[in-house]
Design a binder for this molecule. Structure first.
Ligand SMILES: *[C@@H]1O[C@H](CO)[C@@H](O)[C@H](O)[C@H]1NC(C)=O
Ligand SMILES: *[C@@H]1O[C@H](CO)[C@@H](O)[C@H](O)[C@H]1NC(C)=O
Ligand SMILES: [Zn+2]
Length: 317
């Protein structure tokens, strides 16, 4: 009997580990905020963690970063949406997949989810030159032939995560309303619903329009923080109106019962990693510089002519 009780205790019934959370959600100490994730999930204290702040001056151009090939993005599918207690997951069928993008092999989609802030606070996980954006979309893909995160986690590129940042616009994103309505149907941990006739293409652009992106090696941004992720953060931002944003942050609750807000992990140290940028990302920047340069030369000429003209007028009189 004693042995039985002892083994039950070892199985964490007597001492259940505190669940993790994004910030202290109760007056008591019942959940672990990001600064304490590593106590229970040691990999969260690793040297290749995500998200990060991307410093655009320090990114390194990598000419071998080509376009992606997306499969199944224009298919119409029924998808299940589930409140997982920390965020809501939109489960994608395995017919949605990707290749290319400088990754070797084929990656099957598993799910997508969003990170957001609350009441006007931005809530993206990645920041660019210190700027946080209103919301971030993550599309999680697992490399073939792995079937789960557990299998993929021993491969440093076992997971391909696509990240899109959102910018606030005056007009509604025309296809986010079905997403927002679905979130309204999964208010509590464990609740689920279905979105009929969903197309990923309605949410994100076609692969041919996504040539500019950042790439770095990192981790999952929730415990256990598995360091198995090839991250792609696209330059192209998705749009969302302030009305849509406030609708999104008001509908769900965390497993604690608190409103599901500010669900993002603080940025993590780079620890010597390099962030790469696809060629066209920098080509565009250079094009802007050339254009600005040309513009200033033109302005200079105009000014000179103007001054000359004024001078002439002046001397004639
Ligand atoms: C989606 O669900 C509807 C209603 O249950 C069904 O009629 C339709 O065939 C399903 N579509 C797919 C692609 O499974
Ligand atoms: C959320 O609900 C699921 C059941 O759907 C349960 O297994 C899980 O422990 C819950 N999560 C938390 C953090 O309470
Ligand atoms: Zn995420």
């Amino acid at each position: 009997l004693f042995q039985f009780i002892y083994s039950v205790c070892l199985n964490k019934v007597c001492f259940p580990p505190a669940e993790w959370c994004y910030r202290k959600q109760n007056r008591d100490d019942s959940c672990k905020d990001p600064s304490r994730w590593a106590v229970q999930f040691p990999r969260c204290g690793g040297l290749r963690q995500s998200p990060i702040n991307i410093i655009t001056q320090k990114v390194q151009v990598e000419r071998s970063l080509p376009l992606f090939d997306f499969f199944g993005h224009t298919e119409t599918v029924n998808i299940t949406v589930k409140n997982k207690g920390h965020s809501a997951h939109f489960i994608l069928p395995q017919s949605v997949s990707l290749a290319g993008g400088g990754l070797s092999g084929h990656y099957r989609a598993a799910q997508f989810h969003f990170h957001w802030g609350g009441s006007g606070r931005p809530g993206s996980e990645h920041t660019i030159d210190g700027e946080r954006f209103p919301m971030e979309l993550h599309i999680v893909h697992i490399k073939e032939p792995y079937d789960s995160l557990a299998e993929a986690e021993h491969d440093t590129a076992g997971i391909a995560l696509l990240a899109f940042l959102f910018e606030e616009t005056a007009d509604d994103h025309p296809h986010l309303d079905t997403i927002i309505a679905a979130l309204g149907r999964v208010p509590n941990n464990g609740s689920s619903t279905v979105i009929l006739d969903f197309r990923l293409r309605d949410i994100i652009p076609a692969a041919r329009d996504l040539h500019s992106y950042y790439r770095y090696v990192g981790s999952m941004t929730t415990p256990g923080c598995e360091q198995a992720v090839a991250w792609t953060v696209f330059h192209t931002m998705l749009s969302i109106s302030s009305q849509q944003l406030s609708a999104i942050v008001e509908q769900c609750r965390f497993w604690t019962g608190q409103p599901m807000r500010d669900l993002y992990r603080p940025t993590q140290p780079l620890d010597g990693r390099v962030v790469y940028s696809s060629k066209s990302a920098t080509a565009q920047k250079r094009a802007n510089h050339v254009w600005l340069g040309a513009l200033s030369v033109l302005l200079c000429c105009c000014l000179k002519m103007l001054i000359k003209g004024l001078h002439k007028n002046f001397t004639v009189k």
